[in-house]
Structures are given as C-alpha cells and as structure tokens.
Ligand binder design. Sequence first.
Ligand SMILES: [Zn+2]
Length: 465
Amino acid sequence: MATSNKKRRKKRKYRLVLPWKETAANTSAEIQPGVKKKKKKRKLRFDPRNIRFKKPDFQKILWALKHLRKEVWFAIAGVIALICLITIPRAVETNNLKKLGYDKETIAAIREQKLAKTLIDNQWYSDYLASCLKSKTVNTDYLELYTVIEGEKYLDDTDFLMVNRLRDIGYEEDQILNLYKNLRFVELTPLLCYDYQLIEQNYIDDCLNHPENDRTAFVLSNSYRKPYEITYAADPSKTSMLVNKTWHLDANYVPASLTDLSMQCGAAGTRLAKEAADAMEEWAAAGREMNLAFYAISAYRPYDSQKTLYDNYVTSHGQEQADRESARPGFSEHQTGLTVDVTATGDESKDFSETSAFIWASANCADYGWILRYPEGKEDITGYEYESWHYRYLGKELAQAVTKTGMTYDEFWNLYLKPWSDENNIPSESILANTDWHNLLKEPEPAPAEGEASSEASPEAGQAG
Ligand SMILES: [Zn+2]
C-alpha cells in the first residue's frame, strides 16, 4: 500500500506542458520531470508559435512508458490486437490471391465483388477470369466456367443459356467444364440435339478430329443419337413446333385450317395450314415475278400417307436408307401442315438444287417465313440427307432469326425454344431476356467467319468458341 501511494505521488510530480503560452513562465511541449505543480493558477492562452519539436529524449520516454498505468497498457494492447486482426488476414488473403496470379488492381476489384474467399478456396484463376473480375463483368453464378476459357474465346449470356441447356439434358458440372474447355460454340449446339453422352470426351475427341466444322458444314465420325428411341410429343399448338426423329406428332393430329394451294403454287390436292398456305402463295408469286417459278409438289401429309410412303421406302431401300431419306409416321414434318417439297416449274425432272429457281428460292425463303430444313453438310445434326426441296414454314421473324444464326432448326429450337424439363435449370430472368431470339433480329449482320473461335460471332452471340 505504501509503495503504491509513493508511486502515485511520484507520478503526480510530472505533467505534460502543452503549447499554451503561460502568462508568467516560459513553457514547452515536454514532460518536465522534477517540476513541482505550482499552486497558483495561471491564465493560459494557446499560441501555435510555441509548438516546438525537440529531439525525443528516449530515457524520459522509457521512463514514462514504464510508469504507465495498467489500463493504458491494456488499451494499447487492444488497439494493436485490433489492427492485427484486421490487417493480418487481409495481408494473407492478398498474398493468396497474388499467388493465384491476380494483380493488385484485380485484387481490389475482387474485394469489391466479395469473391476473394471463393476464389482462394477453389483456387480459381485464368487470365480470362482475371480480366472479367477486373472489369467487373463477371457473372458470379458461372464463376468456374470462366476458369476454362482460354485464347480468343469469351462468355456471354448465350453461353450461360447453353450451360443451363446442357444441365437440363443431364450433363454434370465437370462435364460442362470439359465441354467448354475443349469445344467451340458451333460444336456445342449440335450436342443439344443428341442423346445425353455419359462419356462426353468421345464427342469432344470426335469434334477435335474435325476442326474444319463450322456453321456451313458439320461432320462427325460417330453417331450420338439413337433415332426414334427416346422420343417426346411435339407441341402442335405452336407454329414453331419441332418435329424430327425425337419429337413427334400424334397419329391422329390434323392441322386446323388446312387450305388448298392455288394451281400456280401447288400440285393438285396439296394443302397447308392457312398461315403457311398464304406464305407459300406470297413466296411463289415473288419467284414468278423474277421468272423463277416453282410450286409445291407435296405439302401436308396425313399420318397414314406417311406410313405408306415410309413402308415403301423400307421395302425398296432397306430401313437404314429409308431412315436417312424418309421420316417414320408421326415424325414427319409434313404432318404439321407447315412443310412443302417444291419443284421448279417446267424443270420437274431436275433436282431442285440444279435449277435457278432454287438459287433464288433458297436465298430468299426467310423473307416469306420459310427455311431450308435439311441443309447440305448438316446430316449429322438434322438426321436427314440434304434436301434442297424441303422447306419449313416458321413465320417471317423466326425464319429470319434462324437463318441469321446459320444453325439448323434442330439446334436453334433446342437452344432458344425448347420447354425446360427441370425448372431448376431455367436461367435467370436477365439471361432469358438477353437471349430472347427476337434480339437476334436487332443485331447487325455477323462479320464473315474466320477460323471460328470467337469469330462465329454475333447472331448467336454465345462465343465460347
Ligand atoms: Zn419433304
């Protein structure tokens, strides 16, 4: 007790004299040991001129530190601990991000986007990811996908739509990463038309063996679909319905409003759904004006007629060849009432592709709502040999959008129009809005394709290759 009182007394002997000008004595901003407190109160007036900086007297400082109160020590320790708590993990985090490959500026952006932990925990880095993080254009729902994008490839909303489509078919995340790491977008869209591939690497290898594949022709060495095995009912309420070897119509489906085609526009007895019939009249009339007359030699075909036709094919050519050239009943587009086989007027004996009417009709069909349904070089996607004469009505807008992408209708429909099997796979509203196929009509014409990579550009936008 005695010693502590003594200490306290000792302490009171010292005081800090601030730069206040004392009216009587000289003052200085220093601790003056040994100066007793003067009893008389003095008037103090602040004068900044009195601030003096002296060389620190370490002995005095040490002495003062030694005699600081416990509470002060605790406060100092607390402040230091707090500073450490804040700065050390931050420094460790910075160091870890640097080790991954991120630079100072990107690290600041990563912190702003609150992604540091995710990136470190998963050890995610790619030059592309870093650049997107830096420019804050990254879609955090697909963060890992950015790590497999290299070279000139890049990601946009169409790629995110593609990822969700692949999920909806049944592909696992690691499979999707593998597909995106190795394939171009032009190689991913056909995959949407095939059966689920348990070993996706086989498909990747096949594509890599055909680097020349692009939107003009797509050839593979193996088949990735067992036609007519896994099948679904098409939705005949929509003009955009897909009918192929996977999507079929009911045996008793007959389109409403079947309309006879005029003599100039269709062979006797040819009929189409009203909307398609009007479009056919318009298209054929425009051709006639150019002196390039053509007409429908076949249009709507009921289920039973298709059955007879297909069975005859099988009898004469065998089933394999029949399946390449003709559709099984229920799987024929002709049953939709939205499809025509055309021939050049007066050149009926020629293959339509050899006529000048074909050149004009195929180049301009989209303006009248039609598409060439089974293009040359796309048999591995459509499942049908090239048919220069077979056209499908989709309506002007949709036909133009499909034509602009250069995709087959199978690819287009599977990417943009297919109903989702699992609602959990539906992408966000903003992705859906940005990838609405109507947007394709607003986009400028694509630059002529070079090499591919990111160059198969604009219309389909999705560019991971
Ligand atoms: Zn046909």
